[in-house]
Each structure stands twice: as structure tokens, then as C-alpha cells.
Design a protein around this ligand. Structure first.
Ligand code: GLV
Length: 387
């Protein structure tokens, strides 16, 4: 077993161990992938301010996210097809999150169902909802999430239409994979993955198959989204969903201060500044670039979180210092899951936590909740002047 010290180490192992179509699914942005790339490279433009001769003892990364105590202000983001990166992937990721003391978010497009994850965990998790045209399906899935004790609904607002990721089309992405010749050749080298999959029954979209009507190809994410997602989603519908849910609500996919103000106005508990990991509108600005203006516009009224591009504890610290109360990671833990299952997700969380803690110390800070812009050196034109 190689010595694993970075999220990138986990990524290399994930690539080796998971079937190409699922690794590529995780590692794609839409169209030219400009936004996907800039989500990470923009973090590199920001530098850290080293301080010395400051007491570094008794450091704390503990915080709260929407009123829940967390070991560090980070949540696992919803990722579609997680249970295809590794057998029973959602259950494994949720267990690693609960052991670490951070929230796990289950995607609507998961392989393990809401009920299945609830049966194999002890802490409440968050549930991410895509709004479908079929109201009965939506009512039903909200009721299922309530019954399973989910403690927040994460409503995704930036995916009514699926952004085109070329690799998924070229690979013929489905869950489970259709056994074409190229897929079979690739699967022949992924025996560890295959053994896991042979031992589980969880190989289909568990929240959908058996629960939704009129789906042409229930194994294909793109047919499902094309046929079912609600193109008419608007702020009135969001307000009605908030009523229906009646619990904590997080709105995901906000990239503009005007939308952030609308989210605050309807009384959501938090927003996630996000461009869906660069998987939706290619050409949009990176999430870290827009974060400061959104935090300035609504940070006193609503909890501002961010995702898209975080691959280290240093990235996390930069986002917190620029106004995020918490961050969400997607790929960073999926690499761990694809590499080593539950232990890999725990490893990803440990790596990020250690990087965050040591960076905080070397910047002369002891409390993650008190991080501010002063720990950073931000280029003057970082946010850019866009007209
Ligand atoms: C779904 O959330 C996706 O980005 O594929």
C-alpha cells in the first residue's frame, strides 16, 4: 500500500481502481471544462500570511453548521452515482462522515436509497433534492427523507438541465454499466471493484427505481434528467417546497449576489455558493472568486457555505477566510471512496483536517470560527471587474 499524504494520492488510486466511466464521471466538467479547472487554479492565486511568535496551543477546528456541532466546518456534498465508485458507496461515505463528526449529504441520484443509508448509520444526514415535474414523486421523496430523520434538505438550483460532459457520452455512462466490449475490457482490470459489486444488490438508482413513473431508461442519468427535471422551477416553487419540507433548508448552486438575496428573502437557512464543480455552466466564474461578494451581500442574514474546487485544508481555510461559514467537498472524498472505500473517505477527511489545522497555526490562528481575510494575501484584482 503506498503512503498516502494528499488528496491527489487518493485520486491516483481512485483512477486505478474504479471503472473508467465512473472515474471520468466524477472528474468531468461541462464543455471546455474552463470553470472546472478555474475552480481549483483560482485557489492557487491566493497566498497565506505567515505570522510568528503567536501562541499555537489549544487550537480548535470545531464549529457549527446550521446549528449542528461539527468537528470542522465541512460537509460531504451530494454526488450522483456514489455507489458506483465502490459498492455501497453512499453508506460507506455516510459512515466515515459520522465517525469524523461532519454532515453527509445523500444525492437524489444515489445508488443506495434514503432508507438504506438511514438503516446503516446512527446520525441524521442531509438529503439533496432535485425538483422533478412529477409532483407526486417530489412529495413522496420529501416524506421519505422526513421519515428517515434527515436533518436538512439541500435543494439544488443549478441543474434543471444537465450540463454536457463529453466523457459521459463517449463512455456511454449508465448505472449499472451496460456491458459493451470497451466496458468489459476495462472492467476486466477492475477485479476489486467487481467483487464488491457482485456482493451487493445496490446497483441501480435506489431513490428512483420503483418510486418514479414513466422513466424511459432508469439507468441513464441523462435520460432521467431530460425527461423528469422541472424546467419551471422558480422562487415561488422553492418557497412552496420550503413549506412542504418544514425543516432546515439549504439552497445549493448560488453564484450571483442577486440570487443570494432572494434565497435570504425566502428564509432559507443557508446557501451554497457553487457552480456544481464546474459541471453545469461552463464559462461561469469560479466559486472562490464570487464568494467574497456574495458573503458581503448576505452574510449577515443567512449562512453562506461554498463548494467547487476544494482539494485541501488550505483551500478550505481560504474559503472560510473569504466569508464562508462552511465548505462542502465532493471529488475530494469521492477519490478516497474510489481508492479505498470507507477508509479512503476517512483518510480524505483526516488529510484535509490536518492541513487546515497546521495552516491555521502557521498563520497564527487558533480558532477556525475566527478566521478572516487578514490571514490571506489576495491579489488586488482577484474578484475581477466584470461588466
Ligand atoms: C449530478 O449532480 C451531476 O453533476 O452529474
Amino acid at each position: 500500500m503506498p503512503v498516502i499524504t494528499t488528496i491527489d494520492d487518493l485520486k491516483r488510486l481512485h483512477k486505478r481502481r474504479a471503472p473508467k466511466m465512473f472515474y471520468d464521471y466524477a472528474e468531468s466538467g461541462s464543455w471546455t471544462e474552463q470553470t472546472f479547472r478555474e475552480n481549483s487554479t483560482d485557489f492557487d492565486l491566493i497566498r497565506l500570511r505567515q505570522r510568528v511568535a503567536v501562541d499555537m496551543s489549544d487550537r480548535s477546528t470545531a464549529a457549527t453548521l446550521i446549528g449542528t456541532d461539527v468537528a470542522m466546518p465541512l460537509a460531504l456534498a451530494p454526488v450522483g452515482l456514489t455507489g458506483m465508485q465502490c459498492a455501497d458507496g453512499e453508506i460507506k461515505a455516510a459512515r466515515a462522515a459520522e465517525k469524523f463528526g461532519v454532515p453527509y449529504t445523500l444525492s437524489t441520484m444515489s445508488i443506495c436509497s434514503i432508507e438504506d443509508v438511514a438503516a446503516h448509520t446512527t446520525q441524521p444526514f442531509w438529503f439533496q433534492l432535485y425538483v422533478m415535474q412529477d409532483e407526486e414523486f417530489v412529495d413522496n421523496i420529501i416524506a421519505r427523507a422526513k421519515k428517515a430523520g434527515c436533518s436538512a434538505l439541500v435543494l439544488t438550483l443549478d441543474l434543471q438541465i444537465l450540463g454536457q460532459r463529453h466523457k459521459d457520452l463517449k463512455n456511454g455512462l449508465t448505472a449499472p454499466p451496460k456491458l459493451t466490449i470497451p466496458t468489459m475490457i476495462n472492467l476486466a482490470t477492475k477485479w476489486h471493484w467487481g467483487l464488491g459489486m457482485l456482493q451487493t444488490k445496490r446497483r441501480f438508482f435506489g431513490n428512483i427505481v420503483g418510486h418514479a413513473k414513466g422513466v424511459g431508461d432508469a439507468s441513464s442519468l441523462s435520460s432521467w434528467t431530460n425527461e423528469q427535471f422541472d424546467l419551471r422551477l422558480d422562487w415561488d416553487k422553492i418557497a412552496k417546497l420550503k413549506e412542504k419540507w418544514g425543516g432546515k433548508l439549504i439552497l445549493k448552486g448560488i453564484l450571483d449576489a442577486e440570487d443570494a438575496k432572494k434565497a435570504a428573502a425566502i428564509g432559507a437557512d443557508a446557501i451554497i455558493v457553487s457552480n456544481h464543480g464546474g459541471r453545469q455552466l461552463d464559462g461561469a466564474l469560479s466559486a472562490i472568486r464570487v464568494l467574497p461578494s456574495i458573503a458581503a451581500a448576505v452574510g449577515d442574514r443567512i449562512e453562506v457555505h461554498m463548494d467547487s474546487g476544494i482539494r485541501s485544508g488550505q483551500d478550505m481555510l481560504k474559503a472560510l477566510a473569504l466569508g464562508a461559514k462552511g465548505v462542502h467537498i465532493g471529488r475530494a472524498y469521492i477519490y478516497g471512496l474510489g481508492a479505498m472505500g470507507e477508509a479512503g473517505v476517512s483518510k480524505a477527511l483526516e488529510i484535509i483536517h490536518k492541513e487546515l489545522d497546521v495552516t491555521m497555526a502557521l498563520c497564527g490562528r487558533r480558532d477556525v470560527r475566527a478566521l478572516d481575510r487578514d490571514v490571506l494575501l489576495v491579489p488586488q484584482d482577484f474578484e475581477g471587474s466584470w461588466a
